[in-house]
Design a protein. Sequence first.
Length: 371
Amino acid sequence: MRRLAAPALALVAVGASRVGAEPIFLSRQYTRCTTCHFSPTGGGLLTPYGRSLSREELSTTGRSHPSPSSGKQDLRWSVAEDRMGPVSIGIDVRPAHLDVRFEGGSATRDLLMTADVLAAYQANGWTVYGEVGRQPRPEGTKVDSYEYWVAHQAEKGFGFRAGRFLPAYGVRLADHTAFTRAPLGLDVYDQIYGLEVSHTGERHLLQLTAGPGRADSILHEDGRRAFTAAGRLQMDLGPRSVLVVSGLVRNTSAVVPRNGSGGVAFGFAPLPRLTTWTEADAQVQHGVAGAPAYVLLNETGWEVYRGLWLKFSPQLRTELGNASGGVLRLLFEANLLPRTRWNVDVSFYRDRGRASGLVTRTLLAQLHLYL
């Protein structure tokens, strides 16, 4: 029971996901994260275009209307966003309610998961990026900077990024507890110090990352520091279909043997309001005999009304050396964007241990204000 409840209880202790990417927008023919975000792996501060897009295409009531006198759209938001030139600043605030129930107990908590300031400077192919804010952790809340980097993108497609960031791998879902994120070492505080080189083409994006390891482990010497290398190749098969191949290797640390993951993901949007992503991963660890730990995930999002998305995500994770063990998760989610940069999200998780049959149910309600 304790092993089954651990993922849900981690949500209570740490809080749920930060602002993340929304791969459901593949249905709008946006195949690259940098269409809306400064980060090439998605998440974090929106670009001016991303802010405009959230108003004109995504929110229920945010679309500008033509002026009765001129017939032109209202440009007040655009003017306000252009005043700082190459500098962009955002504020991310996310209060939430969490309710976890499992056999023999329950936990309920109201919390402020996120209160961050995000900033970026972008000019002449260069981007300087940083985030600082409140970090709720099991050992207590603190204020810290958890992502910061400098990057350059050349006209011929070659680029680099250096600093603290999450390595590019698979599909970066907004839910950091997804089996393709947290169990593979891609959780909300798993950024590494590293160097990323990339090449961007009309139909592909290649990202290669290497660094001395997890940033928090380097700063606080928790025994998890390990050289990390990752690679991700995205191929845009069409305006609404994407194939992603990824690999990640971590060397031996003081507490964890050498381990690695490999995976493939496919995104497809058959309709303008329907997107489905499927990802399969295998994780191996030195010294563990038997089958790898397998992860299978599907996330299907349907926009039933402008700004209202319903999602369904079945997920399976097995255990290292035990393909019949692990957890089966069913996730149901309603994501409402009522107006520009307001997001109301209600998620229900049902986790069942495949060997024990024990069930954990988690309800998470969030109000996301991205100013």
